[in-house]
Write a protein that binds this ligand. Structure first.
Ligand SMILES: Nc1nc2c(ncn2[C@@H]2O[C@H](COP(=O)(O)OP(=O)(O)O)[C@@H](O)[C@H]2O)c(=O)[nH]1
Ligand SMILES: [Mg+2]
Length: 419
């Protein structure tokens, strides 16, 4: 942020006087309206400001945001603080108390003692708010308060449901972020756009406005940092517009972005990706056949792995006895079969070492039993029943593989055979 803008936001020098004058004028205007006039007006705007350890910013941001809000909106500001150790909640409460007599809009503080997390804090604020439109913004001056009016104006002008203040549309920009953060932001944006089919340029924005009705039927997961993404995916049919703004990195306090943000992000994108996908098939017969189909496909892929690995070892290590090469091929194919069956056929996501090892050993044991059974069966059918080799091979492979599927389903992956 350049010096003039910064001064403007944090209230230094001449700009402070301007803001104070502006606020005083608005207060005077407010006083000319009677209290009942104000309270009987519908609340058209709520501004949600989540905070955590923002003691250096909170008073100034409340000053400036409240002076930026149009009186006619009968707006409220809701600060949601997660019991900040630096006393942000207390400072905000004190400010709100003073504003009750002198302020131009209602300020409420929600102090969450037991819950943590940005998305859930925003959601708490949204639920507690009553405005017809809601704006969400940070408390660290990264989001210029004067953009709020532009967002509301755009919402009315284009009659849309969501207005995103965007860093990535023409006219938007980022000031003060190191290359690494810009890269992470761009990467996360691309992932959201590609995997969730989102068209807008800045779905990761933390600065946005929306009409309350669009979230009426949404059940939120509120994982991690980016609640806008969840709204964009779940508020189907909502009309979205973007307007540019200049994001400026904070000057006071610290960013709360840490490593868990990235894993939370992956989790939330995965959840959103699954959102709206058809429910799991309910018919037992279809599920059984689908798993059997996957089991046989994996088996076929195992033959290929077996052949390729045996061939490769035989070719690369020319001194290796071909029986050893074949054995290595068998071990590789059994292992790849196991991994694919665990993750794909039986969709077992529990990958703890102990459980996986026990499953692997059980799987190998059943595969070996299957192979021995197949040998014995062919020997019996060809030798004593005089069946043709081709037919006896077919019969024994069919019985062994069906047995293998059922045994592994029941004992290795602990599923009911038919359920
Ligand atoms: N209530 C609450 N607010 C949070 C939490 N984490 C971040 N915030 C607030 O969310 C806004 C954005 O956080 P910030 O650390 O600046 O994120 P960055 O801009 O991505 O580096 C700021 O107003 C923070 O005070 C949280 O866990 N709970
Ligand atoms: Mg920030």
């Amino acid at each position: 942020m350049n010096k003039v803008l910064l001064d403007r936001y944090i209230g230094v020098g001449n700009q402070t006087q301007n803001f104070n004058r502006h606020a005083a004028r608005k207060r005077a205007e407010a006083m000319s309206l009677t209290k009942t006039e104000i309270s009987t007006r519908t609340r058209s705007l709520s501004v949600i400001i989540p905070t955590f350890n923002e003691s250096q910013n909170i008073t100034k941001i409340l000053d400036i945001v409240s002076s930026c809000l149009p009186l006619a909106a009968n707006a409220e500001i809701i600060v949601v603080d997660d019991n900040s150790p630096d006393g942000t909640g207390k400072i905000a409460e004190e400010y709100a108390r003073r504003a009750r007599t002198t302020g131009t809009c209602e300020i409420r503080i929600i102090n969450r003692k037991d819950e943590k997390g940005l998305s859930s804090a925003i959601l708490t604020g949204i639920r507690a708010s009553t405005g017809e439109s809601v704006v969400v913004m940070d408390s660290d001056f990264s989001h210029p308060p004067e953009t709020i009016a532009k967002m509301i104006e755009e919402m009315k002008r284009s009659d849309c449901d969501i207005v995103v203040a965007s860093r990535y549309v023409e006219g938007g920009s980022i000031t003060g972020w190191p290359f690494k953060r810009k890269l992470i932001s761009r990467g996360a944006t691309k992932i959201a756009q590609r995997s969730l089919g989102i068209k807008i340029k800045d779905p990761m924005s933390g600065f946005f406005a929306f009409r309350r009705h669009i979230i009426r039927n949404i059940s939120f997961d509120a994982i991690g940092y980016k609640i806008l993404l969840e709204i964009l995916v779940k508020a189907r049919g909502a009309k979205v517009r973007e307007i540019p703004y200049n994001f400026t990195d904070r000057k006071s306090g610290k960013s709360k972005l840490d490593r868990t943000v990235i894993s939370d992000y992956v989790k939330s994108v995965w959840k959103l990706y699954r959102y709206g996908k058809p429910e799991k098939e309910r018919r037992t017969s279809v599920r059984f056949l689908s798993k059997a189909g996957r089991f046989y496909t994996v088996g076929a892929s195992g033959l290929l792995v077996n052949y390729l690995v045996s061939f490769l070892f035989g070719a690369v290590f020319s001194n290796l006895w071909y029986i050893y090469a074949t054995m290595i091929g068998i071990v590789f194919s059994m292992t790849s079969n196991f991994v694919l069956n665990k993750l794909w056929t039986f969709e077992d996501r529990n990958t703890t070492a102990k459980r996986t090892l026990v499953q692997y050993i059980t799987f190998l044991a059943f595969s070996s039993i299957g192979a021995i059974f197949q040998l014995g069966m062919v020997y019996l059918l060809v030798g004593t029943e005089h069946m043709s080799y081709a037919l006896s091979l077919f019969v024994s492979v069919a019985i062994a593989s069906i047995g293998n599927f059922i045994l592994n389903k029941k004992w290795t992956f602990k599923e009911k055979v038919w359920s």
